[in-house]
Design a protein around this ligand. Structure first.
Ligand SMILES: *Cc1c(COP(=O)(O)O)cnc(C)c1O
Length: 355
């Protein structure tokens, strides 16, 4: 049976990217060796690194003065790298979910970290709007897409202090005005590459401003100044990222990714809103285009397990909601074809007919 992959992360990647990566594992560039068994400093791998960075800059239209670095440790390690590198006295955080909260918690180890606003009161189902960013903060940290709760900040907001964003789960799903940010980071395994590599886009002249000593490996300058080759980088995930960036470019870039994301989201939210058996959990104006959360309507609560089984029998994979919210979550990343969303919508319609 055909499977429709709605996994939240690690998640769907374009088939072509997986095949090209598999080929590089078997015989890289026709050199008769696997990419897994050559030096990261070989000219063949250096070309991969250079192309991945160049495509990052091209696709996101990154202005001069920014570095793109690849490191390990996941987005979770960025939760400490950010304050290590940017927090001198005080940082401000917008608490929009589990990941934002973890980032905030980590920053508290480095200085004063204030929660500017939180949507915890309503199980993170909305993005707080009326908040004031303290002008004496070293930076303001946001999580643009809340992977678990299905809310998203799709506009590049204006901030009176340097803006830093965790874009783990919506990078390359829309054009971004990078000039508005001092740092953008994310784990690759949602919308970019397999797990194991983390990207950071950092404004060079914002580095080296804090008075503390930064461990070498946690200093963005180490990676920026050495082209992400200070130590052995995660070569295979970087290779897959490069192939995925080529794929995005060939499809029409981030504008096309955004068009597709809107098309998928409109189709699925449309059905959630139409079908009396279901309801969405996120505030309509803050709905994520990437992670679409929904539950059974209150009067049909007891049908949850039945719908899950039915959807699975029709090939849906990974639609179980996160344990902190329940219900269902359809992650609709760049590589997800509209056909998969249509299959899920058909499933919801058929389930309604049967009940
Ligand atoms: C998944 C996720 C993380 C954690 O990423 P790791 O790479 O597993 O550390 C952080 N932030 C957001 C928004 C995420 O979706």
């Amino acid at each position: 049976m055909k499977k429709f992959n709605f996994n939240a992360g690690p998640s769907i990647m374009p088939r072509e990217v997986i095949e090209a990566t598999a080929q590089a594992v078997l015989d890289f560039n026709g050199i008769g060796l696997s990419i897994l068994e050559i030096s990261h400093r070989s000219k063949d791998f250096q070309a991969v690194m250079d192309e991945a960075v160049a495509l990052f800059k091209e696709l996101l239209d990154i202005p001069e003065g920014y570095s793109v670095v690849f490191v390990g440790g996941g987005a979770s390690m960025q939760f400490c790298m950010v304050p290590y590198n940017f927090l001198e006295k005080k940082a401000a955080y917008l608490n929009t979910g589990t990941w934002a909260n973890k980032a905030l918690k980590e920053a508290k180890n480095f200085g004063e970290a204030v929660e500017v606003a939180s949507s915890k009161d309503k199980l993170y189902s909305y993005i707080p709007k009326d908040y004031v960013i303290p002008t004496d903060a070293d930076y303001f940290h946001i999580t643009t897409n809340n992977t678990i709760y299905g809310t998203e900040i799709r506009k590049d907001i204006d901030s009176p202090v340097p803006l830093i964003a965790d874009m783990s789960s919506d990078i390359f799903s829309r054009p971004v005005d990078v000039s508005k940010y001092t740092c953008i980071y994310g784990g690759a395994q949602k919308n970019l590459a397999p797990a194991g590599v983390t990207f950071a886009i950092v404004k060079n002249d914002a580095l080296g401003k804090v008075s503390r000593t930064i461990p070498t490996m946690l200093d963005y300058r180490t990676h920026a100044e050495n082209g992400s080759m200070f130590n052995t980088p995660p070569v295979l995930p970087i290779y897959a990222a490069m192939e995925n960036l080529r794929w995005i470019k060939a499809q029409g870039g981030v504008t096309e990714m955004e068009r597709r994301a809107k098309e998928r989201a409109e189709l699925l939210y449309g059905e959630i809103d139409r079908n009396p058996l279901f309801r969405g959990t996120a505030a309509v104006e803050d709905r994520s285009l990437m992670n679409i959360d929904f539950v059974m309507a209150d009067e049909y609560k007891e049908l949850e397990a039945d719908f899950m089984a039915f959807a699975q029998s029709k090939g849906m994979v990974g639609i179980k909601g996160h344990r902190s919210i329940g219900g269902f979550r359809a992650s609709c990343y760049n590589a997800l074809p509209l056909e998969a969303v249509q299959a899920l919508v058909d499933c919801m319609k058929e389930f309604q007919k049967n009940h």
